[in-house]
Design a protein around this ligand. Structure first.
Ligand SMILES: [Fe+2]
Ligand SMILES: [Fe+2]
Length: 286
């Protein structure tokens, strides 16, 4: 049974005041937490470009008209995520990070991969990455305290990105299932992808932190490790939703998620940051 959900997926065009960010340690006054977030942001523009390209390869093979519409929404959302992260990455560089270094490393890796991987494998890697971004997004919407003491524009960016990752979490998966359907292969690639992702996120964090003069803070490193891997840390909480991927009959919407879209709308959405909203337009014209 297909659990495909006929959800309308649309990009929200945002305008975040990134220019007001002013601290190198913009997250909890901690160089490692801030570098981890900066590393994540640095990886999005090139990473999400590959997500779009790998799904685009299948656009003409998909027959389900609802899914065809959702692919357009997925591409629009990911395209806008790239744009916003490029903007914030410029500000992160102004604060003292070298996000372009991370971007260059990632581009090199993707270019190498493109020379050897077929379309099916590229799509499977995207499905795997989309599973991880969706469970991370779900986690931060449910546990915004994970982002406590983060400068507001970056926090708003992450929560907006999170809700759109939740909205389109099944698109690449549904495309893969309709066009390839090889679950065993998808699971194999997901395991490889997760290992590589852990390594890369950790390396990106270190590359960025080591590029600053604050990296020697053992206190920051220790607190960051606790924040990630401790009893209430994100990584531990993600284990179960991650493993759900490998259970019989898994589908990204099987265990819900719509409530997170409502939660974001009610608790974290700032219409004055949405270029299409009345408040935004009034502020710009009035
Ligand atoms: Fe995204
Ligand atoms: Fe995504």
């Amino acid at each position: 049974m297909s659990l495909h959900k006929n959800l309308e997926i649309k990009a929200r065009h945002m305008d975040f005041p990134f220019g007001s960010m002013n601290a190198l340690k913009f997250h909890d006054d901690n160089i490692y937490k801030s570098s981890f977030m900066a590393g994540l942001s640095a990886a999005f523009p090139s990473g999400e470009k590959e997500f779009i390209d790998s799904v685009r390869n299948y656009r003409n093979k998909v027959k389900n008209p609802q899914l065809i519409e959702q692919i357009k929404g997925f591409m629009a959302q990911e395209g806008h995520h790239q744009y916003q992260h490029r903007l914030v990455n410029e500000e992160l560089d102004r604060l003292g990070y070298n996000t372009s270094k991370v971007d260059k490393m990632l581009k090199k890796m993707i270019d190498k991969r493109l020379k050897v991987l077929d379309d099916k494998t590229r799509l499977a890697f995207t499905v795997a990455a989309e599973h991880v971004t969706a469970i991370m997004g779900s986690y931060i919407i449910n546990h915004p305290e994970f982002l406590d003491n983060m400068e507001q524009p970056f926090k708003d960016l992450l929560l907006w990105h999170a809700v759109e990752e939740v909205e389109h979490k099944a698109v690449a998966f549904d495309v893969y299932m309709e066009c390839e359907g090889d679950v065993k292969y998808l699971q194999k690639i997901t395991k490889i992808s997760t290992r590589l992702l852990h390594y890369r996120l950790f390396r990106n964090m270190l590359v960025l932190a080591f590029g600053t003069k604050h990296w020697t803070s053992f206190r920051d490193f220790k607190n960051c490790m606790k924040w990630m891997f401790g009893k209430d840390g994100m990584w531990r909480a993600l284990r179960k939703p991650y493993k759900d991927f490998f259970t019989e009959g898994f589908h990204p919407w099987r265990d819900g998620g719509e409530e997170l879209i409502i939660k974001w709308q009610e608790e974290f959405y700032h219409p004055e940051q949405n270029k299409k909203s009345e408040v935004y337009l009034q502020a710009k014209t009035g």
